[in-house]
Design a protein around this ligand. Structure first.
Ligand code: HEM
Length: 248
């Protein structure tokens, strides 16, 4: 077992499985966040029912989604999610380091090789991963520390997630940082998705081509949903519902 985990294919396998798990998380996370955009269309952005209950009738869809995320079944998943991130990050660093060593250092792409034909993203998965991780820490301070972390600590959590959306995205510079983050995520996912199947042994040329396209579609859907949420919240905070920010 230990030999498999440190073998070339074993390392990539773990990277793929943890990556697949994180993609499922992102699809769920982006969908629930996108409910806030639908709430804008139905006029429910900012509407959290007055009685402050979980799953109150009259709440916007995004508020219901956040309530669902705070139920114990989902909360139990948080350490698993964190472990998924830790494994993916540690193995990502280990994989890059082993590849660098095997291929002869940072200038490895300067010699003509198959790797020279690799896409920009494939060569920069570690750099993209570092950007994603850095902004993730910034992101957690906007929402998670004010919602789930407060609940873990038995303190009063922010019950109106629209206020957090508006407070976060009202600043243009925060919006710009998030958009850069989403661009890095898009590049990382486009390569990661395809590479995941290649790793688990799908080496059929036609299918690898198709998977590249499917990977681009999955990454684009995830990122478009996030971009829509961030831009919509910026518009809501600055023009449609400025009173939400004033309420803080
Ligand atoms: C517009 C974009 C995004 C918005 C509005 C958003 C919103 C949120 C909210 C409201 C929470 C707290 C959920 C809760 O405590 O119940 C949260 C947590 C979290 N977000 Fe995001 N998020 C966005 C993008 C992302 C992206 C791109 C990633 C990963 C690369 C990410 C990773 C996480 C993680 C790991 C948590 C903590 C676990 C959890 O609470 O589910 N988020 N986010």
């Amino acid at each position: 077992m230990a030999r498999f985990l440190t073998s070339s294919i074993g390392k990539k396998f773990i990277q793929s499985v943890s990556g697949a798990f994180l993609i499922v998380f992102l699809l769920l996370h982006a969908t629930i966040n996108f409910f806030s955009v639908l709430d804008s269309f139905t006029g429910k952005f900012g509407v959290a029912a007055a009685d402050d209950k979980l799953f109150s009738a009259g709440d916007g869809l995004f508020k219901l989604g956040c309530d669902f995320m705070s139920t114990s079944v989902i909360t139990i998943m948080v350490p698993v999610l964190a472990l998924g991130f830790v494994i993916h990050i540690c193995y990502g660093c280990y994989l890059t380091w082993s590849n660098l060593k095997a291929r002869g250092g940072v200038k490895r792409y300067e010699v003509p090789s198959k790797a020279a034909a690799d896409s920009w993203s494939s060569k920069n998965m570690l750099v993209l991963g570092i950007v994603i991780l850095g902004v993730l820490a910034f992101h957690l301070t906007h929402f998670w520390t004010k919602m789930q972390l407060q609940e873990f600590m038995g303190a009063e959590a922010e019950n109106n997630p629209y206020i957090l959306l508006a407070a976060t995205f009202k600043h243009w510079w925060v919006l710009v940082i998030y958009l850069i983050w989403f661009a890095a995520l898009w590049l990382h996912l486009c390569h990661g998705f395809w590479s995941m199947f290649q790793t688990v042994g799908w080496n059929n040329k036609i299918w690898l081509k198709r998977l590249r396209v499917i990977g681009i579609i999955v990454a684009t859907v995830i990122v478009i949903l996030f971009v829509a949420v961030a831009v919509n919240s910026f518009v809501e905070a600055n023009w449609l519902h400025p009173e939400l920010v004033a309420a803080i």
